[in-house]
Design a protein around this ligand. Sequence first.
Ligand SMILES: C[S@@+](CC[C@H](N)C(=O)[O-])C[C@H]1O[C@@H](n2cnc3c(N)ncnc32)[C@H](O)[C@@H]1O
Length: 196
Amino acid sequence: MTRPFDENYWTNRYHEKLTGWDIGFVSPPIKQYLDQISEKSKTILIPGAGNAYEAAYAYEIGFKNIHILDFSRIPIGKFLNRHPEFPSSQAHVEDFFSHQGNYDLILEQTFFCALHPSLRQSYVEKTHSLLKKGGKLAGVLFDYYFPSDGPPFGGDRASYLHYFEKSFEVVTMQPCYNSIPERTGMELFFVVKKIR
Ligand SMILES: C[S@@+](CC[C@H](N)C(=O)[O-])C[C@H]1O[C@@H](n2cnc3c(N)ncnc32)[C@H](O)[C@@H]1O
């Protein structure tokens, strides 16, 4: 199935260095979320991981079962060059919607907003299918509608609840208090749980 904003689109953005989404370090809300998880054996996926600073951080603090996924080979290749200790078997160059796995936790950082809004229901269904029962999807979503056409594609709490509440228990979805300065007031931190 052909989708808007395919692998070529994103790979070109990496080639042309048009990567304004890339903050260059672990996202503070995700860092803080990871810091409070004591069970380091959890199996974690970061889809649309890009340069995957969150994965590098998680691995460094002891989460060895962390997987990164991106359909562009460029950021994944660079990540593996920067982190030769990271198992290449846990770095997937693959379309998210084709990925198979069974995770305790999926982390969201500017992947949802990169997808055309027509894929939001599919994202919710796919994340749900990739999680174990009791597993969680956590991270940040834009609480902002961008003035120009995306990506990024924005939204607000009500528009996200419309999708997530159908499949998940919403543990929290609140204004994010520890966003990077450039995104202050523009993000929601959320955790949703697979209960069935
Ligand atoms: C806006 S970037 C975010 C990258 C990273 N999460 C960050 O915050 O720096 C979106 C990423 O998702 C990837 N991507 C988009 N659609 C995808 C899909 N269907 N399957 C896998 N990766 C995808 C792109 O290649 C790109 O690296």
